[in-house]
Design a protein around this ligand. Structure first.
Ligand SMILES: NC(=O)c1ccc[n+]([C@@H]2O[C@H](COP(=O)([O-])OP(=O)(O)OC[C@H]3O[C@@H](n4cnc5c(N)ncnc54)[C@H](OP(=O)(O)O)[C@@H]3O)[C@@H](O)[C@H]2O)c1
Length: 256
């Protein structure tokens, strides 16, 4: 579903659209003629994004929003629905990664990631669902991560938030798919963005953000619940997920 009909472009809300995967998604979806509501905190990046979209078939409209502020999320979602009539699709992509080495485990960094990755995403779902349920249609895709499959070194906070998101979306999908609301979970491997630019370790099967955006868009309107990529790394992570603990820990210790 890229276009309902000629006069009614699909309206998609993308959180975390000021850079990285979100920005690439916004441009690719606007290229397809969609009306993209791009939200993030960085006004300057959003203004640049709107500039880049000037000659595309669709539109990008910027909304400054910190998704950890629930009242701002509610106000922005209402404003978007008022301005554009409805939100057909949402890609809840905003998120952060703070590495937490076990020796310096701290709840502060865990909380930061919980507040944004889980709670911020939950505020957006809460703001979107009543209208989608009333209309009996809608699509919400949550950007989690292959890191949510199992506990990985230095990811005690990040991985826990992404595992929680995968579980949350499974739960919502099982209850709402028969009512016309479709949930999808996006589980990327390594994608080259400002988030991963700070990594100092080698990132296997690293792909560009534009490629990630295309892989997401290709599967967004398919029947599959999970969008995972790149396939060799996703396959490897799925195999690792099935390992018994003894094998899993001996393998994972070599990654430290
Ligand atoms: N890159 C990867 O390898 C990879 C792999 C798996 C999963 N993911 C997931 O994919 C998503 C996007 O990652 P990315 O690599 O594109 O990251 P990124 O380059 O760091 O971009 C993150 C986006 O989230 C926004 N954001 C951060 N805090 C926010 C807040 N409080 N309120 C609203 N927006 C906020 C940022 O914009 P502002 O700073 O302007 O607010 C930015 O647009 C994340 O959920 C990440 O966990 C990424």
């Amino acid at each position: 579903m890229t276009q309902d009909h000629k006069t009614k472009p699909v309206v998609v809300w993308i959180t975390g659209a000021s850079q990285g995967i979100g920005e690439a998604l916004a441009l690719a979806m606007a290229k397809q003629g969609m009306t993209v509501l791009a939200s993030a905190r960085n006004h300057e990046h959003l203004a640049n994004l709107v500039d880049k979209s000037k000659n595309l078939e669709g539109d990008i409209i910027a909304y400054s929003l910190d998704i950890t502020d629930q009242s701002a999320v509610n106000a922005t979602a209402s404003k978007m629905m008022k301005n554009h009539g409805r939100i057909d699709q949402a890609i809840l992509n905003a998120g952060t990664y703070i590495p937490i080495p076990a020796e310096s485990f701290n709840s502060h960094d865990v909380r930061q990631q919980v507040e944004l990755n889980i709670m911020g995403t939950s505020y957006c779902i809460e703001a979107l669902l009543p209208d989608m349920i009333q209309r009996g249609q809608g699509l919400i895709a949550i950007n989690a991560s292959l890191a949510g499959y199992r506990g990985l070194p230095k990811a005690a906070g990040y991985g826990a938030t992404k595992a929680a998101l995968i579980n949350m979306v499974e739960s919502l999908h099982s209850e709402l798919s028969d009512h016309g609301i479709h949930f999808k979970v996006i589980n990327p491997g390594f994608v080259k963005t400002p988030l991963t630019d700070k990594n100092t370790f080698p990132m296997p099967f690293l792909i560009e953000a534009d490629k990630a955006a295309q892989l997401i868009i290709n599967q967004l309107n398919s029947h599959c619940f999970e969008i995972r990529f790149p396939w060799p790394f996703a396959l490897l992570m799925r195999l690792i997920r099935c390992l018994p603990y003894s094998l899993y820990f001996s393998l994972i210790k070599r990654m430290k």
